[in-house]
Design a protein around this ligand. Structure first.
Ligand SMILES: CC(C)(COP(=O)(O)OP(=O)(O)OC[C@H]1O[C@@H](n2cnc3c(N)ncnc32)[C@H](O)[C@@H]1OP(=O)(O)O)[C@@H](O)C(=O)NCCC(=O)NCCS
Length: 250
């Protein structure tokens, strides 16, 4: 169970307090209309990192796919008897992984940028149980996060967490995450939930360090923009992890 931390200085500042904050300190404030382009940039860049991560880094975590590609390479030799073609096969397979990863991630981005990320005010700022925050450093937006309330099970979903790559490792995501947890407590939600397909350890460690526990993992999750065609299944795999942080018992 989560309780409000007593010392999360930058995360707990109101916009008025933020004005007197040190110039190099990060503060978190609610989204404003003028933030739109910077917010969309940070979101876009964060998601684009998934292309090489899903294609190459994710491959290192998938022994079944590695075995399958090794079999395809052997089959190539058996069928063609060509050493040159067989040597090229791993590169062709990795190229196909990059192509499918890029295709799916672009479709996913297109979907997000035409739904909630197209009108953040309407989607997150107007409904009472939802909100969107930005982290500001030296007058620049350096991180984003959203909270979307779900009445059906009295939970709030943490979404769209991303920090500008130049400002990572400074505790900005943690401050954004804490802001979501404080929001959940203030609004009497029972738990904060989230789902992630992040390949890199950073996102998983971040959620664990905030007190989230992993509740499930699935290899069959369908992202918006995925077709699940046989070729896409062969060259694009994701692992969808769900996390939950219980705030109070229902
Ligand atoms: C994941 C991400 C939001 C982390 O942002 P950040 O501001 O660098 O994170 P913080 O500095 O606040 O670090 C918070 C915690 O995350 C973990 N963490 C952060 N970077 C890490 C890294 N490179 N390796 C391992 N753990 C890391 C640590 O546990 C850290 O807590 P600690 O410093 O107390 O140990 C950032 O890397 C990002 O925007 N990535 C691209 C978009 C993305 O993947 N978003 C999450 C999708 S759900």
């Amino acid at each position: 169970m989560w309780s409000t931390p007593s010392s999360s200085p930058s995360a707990a500042l109101s916009p008025a307090e933020a004005k007197i904050v040190r110039k190099d300190a990060v503060f978190i404030r609610e989204f404003e209309r003028e933030d739109r382009e910077e917010v969309r940039r940070i979101f876009y860049e964060g998601i684009m990192e998934r292309i090489p991560n899903s294609a190459f880094r994710g491959f290192q975590q998938q022994p079944k796919t590695q075995f399958l590609y090794a079999m395809l390479t052997v089959m190539c030799f058996v069928v063609t008897k060509s050493v040159t073609l067989t040597c090229c096969t791993p590169f062709i397979l990795m190229g196909a992984r990059y192509y499918y990863s890029s295709k799916v991630i672009h479709n996913y981005l297109d979907h997000a940028l035409h739904t909630d990320m197209a009108d953040i005010e309407a989607y997150y700022m107007k409904p009472a149980g939802s909100c969107f925050w930005v982290a500001v450093l030296d007058g620049h937006i350096v991180g984003i996060v959203a909270a979307q309330g779900r009445e059906e099970d009295n939970t709030v979903e943490l979404r769209r967490m991303s920090v500008d790559s130049q400002y990572r490792g400074k505790g900005i995501a943690k401050a954004l995450g804490r802001r979501v947890l404080e929001f959940a407590v203030r609004n009497n939600y029972a738990a904060v939930i989230l789902g992630t397909t992040a390949v890199k350890l950073a996102a998983h460690k971040l959620y664990e360090s905030l007190g989230f526990r992993q509740t499930s993992q699935s290899e069959n999750h369908r992202l918006p923009g995925m077709s699940r065609s046989p070729l896409e299944r062969l060259f694009f795999q994701i692992r969808y992890s769900r996390y939950r942080l219980q705030i109070r018992e229902e």
